[in-house]
Design a protein around this ligand. Sequence first.
Ligand SMILES: C[S@@+](CC[C@H](N)C(=O)[O-])C[C@H]1O[C@@H](n2cnc3c(N)ncnc32)[C@H](O)[C@@H]1O
Length: 376
Amino acid sequence: MKKATGTAREIALEALRRVEDGGAYANLIVPSLLDRSSLEPADRRFVTELVYGTTRRRRACDALIDRFVSAPPDIETRRVLRLGAYQIVFGGVAPHAAVSTTVSLAPRRTRGFVNAVLRRVATTPMVWPDQPTRLSYPNWIVTTFEHEFGTEAVDCLERMNEPAPVTRRPDGYVQDLASQWVVEAVGARQGERILDTCAGPGGKSTALAATGARVVGADANATRAGLVARNAVSCGVDVEVVVADARRPPMADGSFDRVLVDAPCSGLGALRRRPDARWRVSQSDVDDLVRLQAAILESSVRLVKPGGLLAYSVCTITARESIGHRIPDGFEVVGRDGHDVPTLRDEWDDYGHGFRLAPHRTDTDGMVLVRYRRTS
Ligand SMILES: C[S@@+](CC[C@H](N)C(=O)[O-])C[C@H]1O[C@@H](n2cnc3c(N)ncnc32)[C@H](O)[C@@H]1O
């Protein structure tokens, strides 16, 4: 691939261009552009911070800018203005440095305009019109968090505007603690047969296999199933990888001691890890996901052997995508402790008949876990 040249800010602007106009994912395009650059580590961190921060704060940056704009600027000029406003207001960059280095990135004909607007952004205190604009989320996401967390919603949303900590497992695999705690809660034991119905890219399958359990990692998406196989090799564990739609699983009834359904979800609990996700996901996506999750859950229950465990998890924090699903017939809810499952750690809050991790309290992704035992 061609080497990417340019300063940190030029590369950041290119990444923003690909995210905003090309639909690229920030967490994929930034590493890919950095791999092709010759930037030093400190500059690489700066690029990541600029792209992630400007993307998260897009709505807030637009509000900061729009105070001083009478006609909407062209898309490229707006992009440069956002990058400048982010550095000045949120990024801790000295205003004169932010303005002078950012103006030169603008199209030649709008440099004077960008300079004037950014100077005013730097010197005019902001009066935010409302909370969603200040926090820089779509209105419906703020409403959803207020419904779920009440007065703690702002803390939670603010936490998800900060960079996520990087946590590594003993085998080197980078995985958020919330996901590690889901694996722990499944309680897989040596020799047991475990199915991970939605396994790609394999974070949980590989951790389950590290217990000595015999793990089948399935995913409907062949590319993501391929990642499970690759990650199993690099973690040094055995996972039997299957490409399968969990709504029609090609496995025998009652053939697993434990089944993990780590369902596709809106990802509202992992927004700090995926800076552009808040602008991609919509309320109607959530409706579709709720239907998909219900169908996956319904088809997975028959795979659990009598007395076996079904664990359902989602990296979101809403009831609709988790405890809103019907308790499967022939199953009972497993509480904080049970005879053959580990007692849940205190970080899991009680949440209906399940448990939830709140990002602002645990400094992890938000996650809901429900455990069921097959009784008949
Ligand atoms: C939350 S991710 C799983 C993350 C994974 N368990 C891990 O820890 O690395 C959800 C996965 O479900 C897969 N998926 C979506 N629809 C599916 C379906 N109908 N059947 C099986 N897998 C599906 C997606 O391809 C995606 O890889």
